[in-house]
Every structure is written in C-alpha cells, then in structure tokens.
Design a protein around this ligand. Structure first.
Ligand code: NAP
Length: 339
C-alpha cells in the first residue's frame, strides 16, 4: 500500500466542505487520518467519512498538528488567519477562498489548464483554488487558446445560489415555497428576492462599476492562462440551485471555425462537448449538476467580427468549481511533490 495522508477539511459543515468530503471518498484519496474543522457553532457535530463517524472540531491555530494537507473552504478571513498556522505545523494548504488567489507567491491552479504552476507552492505552502465561474471558463477556453490565441473574452454568467453557500440554498427553497403559497418571501441572504428573479449583482461593487466577482473573472483568468487576455464580465445570480452557466464570447488571433472548435473540445481534458442544437442538445445546469465535467455547446462563429466564437459553458460550481478542483490539486501534490 502507498503512503497515507492526514487531511483536514476546514469548513467541513459548509456546502463546499461537504462536497470535499464526498470527493475524497469517491476518488479514494489515500487518507490516513481525516479531521473536520468548522466554527464553534458546529463543534461536536458528527459527520461521516466512508461510513465512520467523525466529530467536527472548532478551528483553532493548533488544529493542524500532524496534518499533511489542509483543504480550506471557510471564507477568506479564516484562510488569511489560519493558513499560516497550518503551514507552520507542516501542512500544505489548498484554499478555496479568494484570500490568496492573486498573491504572486501563491499558485492559482486548474489542473487541466496550468498543472505546472503547483510547483510554486513551496514559496508560501499555499495553493489557491480559483473562483468557480473562472474555473469552468478556463477549462473550456484553454484548448481554444492554445490553438488560436484568445485576445479578448466577453462573458455573462448565470450563477446558481449554491455559489453563496448553504444559507442561500435554503433561502431559494424557502422563497419558492412561500411565494407559491401566496406568502411574502423572507429576504436574508441576497439584497433582493432571488426566487423567480435574476440579480446582476454578485459580491460588492467597486469604483469602476464592476463587482468583485466580475473583476475576479478577469484577473484570475489572466493569471491561470498566463496570458494578457482582455476580459469583461457581467455576473448574474439566477434562481438555480446547482451549476453555473456562462455565455462566453471570444476574439482570437487565428480564425477558429466551429468544426475546429468541436475537434479541439471533443478530446479536451475535463470537457464534454454537448452541441447538437438541431436535436435540442445543449448544456444545461440540470445535466451538469452532480458530475465533474465542464459541458460546452451552442458553439457558433461570431458574425459581428472576423475571428470570434460564441460558446455556452456549464459546470457544477460546487464540484468542479470548488471541491473537485481542490481534491484534484491535492492528488497532484501527493503524486508529484510531497514525500
Ligand atoms: P457555507 O456553506 O456558508 O460554509 C461555510 C463554512 O465555513 C462552514 O463549514 C462554516 O462552519 C465555516 N465557518 C464559518 N465561519 C467560521 C469560523 N469563524 N471558524 C471556522 N469555520 C467557520 O459556504 P461555502 O459555499 O461552502 O463556501 C466556503 C468557502 O468556499 C468560501 O470562502 C467561498 O468563497 C468558497 N467557494 C465557494 C464556492 C461555491 O460554489 N459555494 C465555490 C468556490 C469557492 P459552521 O457550519 O460552523 O458555521
């Protein structure tokens, strides 16, 4: 038997943390000891790992003794405060929050796109997992960029409420039920009703009029693709539980035909081509949810410019957009880098 690794899941009780546990189980990650960490509110709660009870402990600075890999998904403040403690205790952190993503000494990794970047984890002991909407976009665009060099991306997102965590999933569920019974919806998580509505507002607005989520898509895409691509994004929250959808328009240096794009995406790692509109076949959130592939379809040339293409890209934001990507990074770490 190969080496077994001690893993801490920080934010184990959350939407992403729960999914991380499931991914570690499903992918048979070689676990020695597993530790679940969350806030004091959840301390003592019992979760499972492969059918065995594991008690949730309160996240503290001394929680990481003997831990090899710490998977963080408990919000940026916790990552900023506790990743250094985990590293000091000897763990490598894979962080799902935005805390370290743009730090030049922290690699920002999508295994299908820039696996080589993991090697730079030694600088701070931290590897950042990108934003969910960025991950699925770069998985779909990398093979097209390698062939035709993308100059500019215009993206509009249709993002599921699970991207905001457990409380938002409950809020959509409750609002739908209340509205269907003629009751006024309770609004707690979002600034407006999310049921039967769309909010062009994810995270806070900056001085340039873009939201933080929109700027993340631009900045993170350039860092991961290691290319000076111009990106403009509009991010929208929609009343869908799981899976983000994206309308992506790219302008390329070299002409990219639909046939060539199909050929490139058919065999691209992490992608599934779902593109037969004549038969009503295209990517949809209900099909992407619960699996790890990024679905790409509705591919057509942009007739308004010489070298442009439109795509519709859908993936499960909790899996490939967060938990699966983090566990894939951990798999690469133990395979290639950790001893
Ligand atoms: P969530 O469902 O709200 O879960 C939050 C987790 O953080 C819970 O386990 C919570 O523990 C824990 N936590 C909160 N405050 C804490 C504290 N003071 N000390 C220790 N633990 C604390 O949120 P989520 O959607 O899983 O997101 C978690 C992180 O992943 C965020 O940084 C988010 O930006 C990132 N992320 C989310 C997605 C997504 O699609 N949802 C995608 C990419 C990245 P309690 O249960 O004890 O409160």
């Amino acid at each position: 038997m190969g080496k077994l690794w001690n893993v801490a899941v920080v934010g184990a009780t959350g939407a992403v943390g729960n999914q991380m546990i499931e991914c570690l189980e499903e992918r048979n990650f070689p676990i020695g000891k597993i530790k679940y960490l969350a806030s004091s509110r959840s301390a003592g709660e019992i979760l499972e790992f492969k059918g065995k009870a594991v008690m949730v402990e309160e996240l503290k600075h001394d929680s990481f003794e003997g831990i090899d890999i710490a998977l963080f998904s408990a919000g940026g403040d916790r990552s900023r405060e506790f990743c250094p403690s985990a590293v000091r205790a000897g763990a490598v952190c894979v962080d799902n929050s935005s805390a370290w993503r743009m730090d030049p000494d922290v690699p920002l990794v999508v295994p299908e796109v820039n696996p080589h970047a993991i090697a730079r984890y030694t600088k701070k002991g931290i590897i950042a997992n990108p934003n969910c909407s960025t991950i699925q976009m770069v998985v779909a665009l990398k093979p097209l960029h390698d062939y035709a060099t993308i100059k500019r991306i215009v993206v509009s997102t249709y993002q599921a409420v699970s991207g905001t965590g457990k409380k938002a999933i409950d809020e959509l569920d409750r609002q739908v039920k209340d509205l269907l019974q003629g009751k006024p919806p309770e609004i707690k998580v979002y600034p407006h009703q999310i049921a039967f509505n769309c909010l062009p507002h994810i995270d806070s607005f900056g001085p340039n009029g873009y939201t933080k989520e929109e700027m993340k898509m631009a900045d993170e895409t350039r860092k991961i693709m290691e290319a000076d691509i111009r990106v403009t994004a509009t991010t929208v929250r929609v009343p869908v539980f799981y899976s983000h959808s994206e309308s992506v328009n790219i302008e390329t240096v070299k002409k990219l035909t639909v046939a060539k794009a199909h050929e490139l995406l058919k065999n691209a790692p992490g992608c599934e081509l779902v593109d037969d509109p004549a038969s009503k076949v295209y990517p949809m959130p209900i099909d992407a949810a619960g699996q790890d592939l990024t679905l790409v379809g509705r591919i057509r040339e942009d007739e308004s410019i010489e070298t442009g293409l439109n795509l519709w890209v859908v993936a499960d934001n909790i899996r490939k957009g967060a938990a699966t990507n983090a566990v894939q990074i951990a798999e690469m770490l133990i395979e290639k880098y950790l001893k």
